[in-house]
Structure formats: structure tokens, C-alpha cells
Ligand binder design. Sequence first.
Ligand SMILES: Nc1nc2c(ncn2[C@@H]2O[C@H](COP(=O)(O)OP(=O)(O)O)[C@@H](O)[C@H]2O)c(=O)[nH]1
Ligand SMILES: [Mg+2]
Length: 253
Amino acid sequence: MKLSVVIPARNEEGSIAETVATVAARLDEEGIDREIIVVDDGSTDATAETVKAIAAQDPGVIYLRSPFRNGFGFAVRAGLERFSGDAVAVMMADLSDDPDDLVTYYRILDSGVDCAFGSRFIKGSSVEDYPWFKLVINRVVNFGIRVLFAHGYNDTTNAFKAYRREVIENVQPLLSHHFNLTVELPLKAIVRGHSYEVTPIRWRNRKAGSSKLSLQEMGSRYLFIVLYVFFEHHLSRGDYRRPDEGSSDDIRN
Ligand SMILES: Nc1nc2c(ncn2[C@@H]2O[C@H](COP(=O)(O)OP(=O)(O)O)[C@@H](O)[C@H]2O)c(=O)[nH]1
Ligand SMILES: [Mg+2]
């Protein structure tokens, strides 16, 4: 099974080289067939040159300039349209996510589960240096999502997750332009009938560069996509569920 890793990166010159190097080294060590796609859109620092230089040395690393408008969601979607693996992981460029956890994700997917979801808030996980205000908002939002969907998973909002290729096909069309894509993917995967396994992961705050997530700009967009998936789940009579599950499309008249 080949794994693609999609890394959106905007102005990450301080960490992108190390991110790509550590991910590549860890996957190669495990003998995992891999491709790393760094998706840039409008970086004004040395991110593009840095990644192009790495890609010139390593055919398993791809520099992708997003063909869409700028934004986190569009950048990830550009990577999801381009990847060639049997599975894909979305990972951050700021060294917050741990390559060891990527290997764990790979093993989960390889065992036949559709999605591998990490949690930073269960036994065995670790979180370093999370800004306290963001952490409070994070816990409240994840609690709300958990109440709405009753899925028992407490870290829906974290982008670092992995999916088998069929899942990415079944969650189309994707609607989110921004960071709200991080909840659209797992929630749609779940309500459309895909299996998932939750595993503890490590997360640490970035040491270089600056955070691009503005809670103020994202609040209503998160609410929009959460409610969208919630209503799809409860009102669409299973029309969007994975095809082999026997949806109402099978009914002929
Ligand atoms: N291509 C691209 N990547 C982005 C954009 N916004 C954020 N990112 C990347 O998405 C990841 C998460 O962003 P980050 O600022 O660390 O968010 P935070 O950890 O929630 O504060 C990082 O790898 C960023 O470089 C964007 O507009 N375009
Ligand atoms: Mg970050």
C-alpha cells in the first residue's frame, strides 16, 4: 500500500525542510512506499525554493503550487486531487505532528480500516505548549461536535488524519475553503459510513513561523460545515452514504 502525505505550507521556511526530511526518513525506515506532496499557495518566503530543491533530489517529494485560490482548504484539496497513493494523510508543515504517528496511521489503514484518526486528548497522547486560549476553544468545539454526532471521538478538529483513497472519493464534493475542511473530511467520512480507528498522538506547538488560524474568521465557517454534515446525516435518507452500503439510490421505480 502506497501512502501519500499532503502537507499544506504557507510561509514555512523555518520548518518545511525538517518536516519533509523527518517524514521521508521515518517512512523510508519502515519501508513504506510513499509520496510527499507539499502544497504551497502564495508563500512569500523561501518555502517554494526550499521544497523545489528537496524535490529535485528526491522523486518521492513533489512541490505543488495550488491551482486554486489561496487558503488552507483549497491547498489541501489541491493535494487530494493530485495524490497517487492508496491512502493519504494530511499533515502540518510546522513540525507539530509526529512522523511516528504517521506510521501508526499507515498500519491502521493497512489493516483494512478506512480512516485513522489521532487524538491529542486520550490516554497515551501528549500535547506540548498549546496556547491556552486556543485550547479552551478547541475543547469546547470538539465537545459540541461530539454531542451532535455522538461518535465518541474528542479531536475531530485536528487536521492530522489519514484516509484510504475510497474515502476521499466518497466525501466529494468538498465545500470548505478554509480550515473548516479539517472537520468536513472526518465528519463526512463518518456519516457516509466509513470505518475509523482512533489512536493517541503527540502534538507540539510550532517553534518557527506564525500560526495562520484566525479563530474569529473561522468560527461561523466551522459552524456552517458542522451543521451541513449534521443535516445531511439526518435529512438526506442516506443518499450520500458509501455506495456498497445499499443507499436509497438502489430503489427503482
Ligand atoms: N498552502 C497553504 N497552507 C496553509 C494555509 N494556511 C495554513 N497553511 C498551512 O496549514 C498548516 C496549519 O497552519 P497553522 O498556522 O500551523 O495553524 P495552527 O497550528 O492551527 O495555528 C501549516 O502547515 C500551514 O503552513 C494557506 O492558506 N495555504
Ligand atoms: Mg500549526
